[in-house]
Design a protein around this ligand. Structure first.
Ligand SMILES: Nc1ncnc2c1ncn2[C@@H]1O[C@H](COP(=O)(O)OP(=O)(O)OP(=O)(O)O)[C@@H](O)[C@H]1O
Length: 341
């Protein structure tokens, strides 16, 4: 469905692409829009002079209403459902903490893309994630705006609890409920009204155990999960159960989970993933990285071939550190041989 305010941003060319039948509306109303494909319909109507309007009895405000009615009636008549999910997320520039405009116009992130957010402590990484979660409309301290599929997002995203735009994995994951893992997942699955609850729960626990160092089962009380286990559970739960098309991760800690597997699990679900991180191997796994400085997006870097090659080296180093960690855990000595593990 189209709303009248959408006519303020969509050009006639875009309208024709989205709603090809609109051409007969222009023809029926004898509107020659050929030279105005790059303008909005409103701008096209505004070009008529007083004389034109009088001579041809053009009622511009009625035409604005009629075009909306026409499009919506045609969509209903043709049985076209426009709910296409979230294909892209656009960040429109705001300003940094000193009020300087951010150094980019707009940044578009597409489905299945991973974007990392890097920057010093306190620079504003969490603030950027919060702007996205709140679908900021120039109403947060940064003055940024967020568009979904290139359009102003529906306010429903802010307030509906079931149909959330964003699933957020935050730094602190403290459970206070007295439930077993199974009860917790059951509650969640019920609230999402999934079919085949049991199968889904099984899938989540399998995925969580795949991520966590130490295994746990469905009867474990969630309050006795370790930091790594609860994080693994939340990641698996978000990837499998959550319908939110955007996942925001505020630093995947090194708390005993395989972060690379975690990321792959989240991304394989055709989601948009943004993660704040200080970790080079995670940052380079992303397609792009946003560098934040003094509260503003300072630059956006594409992860090029050279960096992707470095990622292979980093993975080797990670493996060495992992081997040393498990050597420490089991009470053995660290030795040079581990460097070639
Ligand atoms: N553009 C901005 N204008 C005004 N205030 C901002 C801006 N960006 C961030 N801030 C504020 O600066 C403070 C620090 O930001 P934030 O917590 O996002 O930093 P961070 O990079 O996530 O830090 P850490 O790495 O320690 O988690 C917050 O209070 C935030 O609201």
């Amino acid at each position: 469905m189209i709303r009248k305010d959408m006519l303020n941003t969509l050009t006639i060319g875009e309208l024709e692409e989205k709603y090809p039948f609109i051409m007969s509306f222009f023809a029926d109303n004898k509107l020659d829009v050929d030279a105005y494909k790059a303008s909005t319909f409103k701008a096209y109507l505004d070009h008529f002079s007083e004389e034109d309007i009088e001579e041809w009895a053009i009622d511009t405000s009625k035409l604005m209403d009629d075009i909306v009615i026409y499009i919506n009636q045609m969509l209903t008549f043709l049985g076209i459902k426009e709910e296409k999910g979230v294909e892209s997320l656009t960040i429109l520039a705001g300003h940094d903490k000193s009020g300087n405009r951010e150094g980019f116009g707009e940044l578009v992130i597409h489905k299945s893309e991973i974007v990392s957010i890097v920057g010093p402590t306190g620079s504003g990484k969490s603030r950027l994630l919060a702007d996205i979660e709140w679908t900021a409309m120039n109403d947060t301290p940064t003055g940024r705006s967020i568009l979904i599929n290139g359009e102003e997002p529906d306010k429903k995203w802010r307030f509906s609890s079931g149909n959330k735009l964003v699933a957020q994995l935050s730094q602190n994951m403290n459970f206070v409920m007295d439930l077993t893992v199974n009860e917790f997942l059951e509650l969640h699955a019920k609230s999402r009204m999934v079919e085949n609850e049991e199968g889904v729960i099984k899938k989540i626990i399998e995925a969580a155990n795949h991520l966590a160092g130490e295994k746990f089962d469905l009867d474990t009380p969630i309050t006795s999960l370790s930091g790594g286990q609860s994080r693994a559970l939340m990641i698996a739960d978000t990837a499998i159960l959550s319908t939110s098309p955007i996942v925001l991760i505020d630093e995947i800690e090194n708390a005993g989970i395989d972060r690379k597997k975690a990321l792959n699990l989240l991304v394989s679900k055709e989601k948009i993933v943004l993660m704040a991180t200080h970790d080079p191997s995670l940052a380079l796994m992303a397609d792009k990285r946003i560098v934040i400085k003094n509260g503003g997006i300072y630059k956006v870097i594409e992860t090029g071939d050279e960096e992707k090659e470095m990622l292979i080296e980093l993975e080797k180093m990670d493996k060495v550190i992992k081997a040393m960690r498990s050597t420490l855990r089991t009470g053995d000595m660290i030795h040079e041989g581990l460097l070639h593990a």
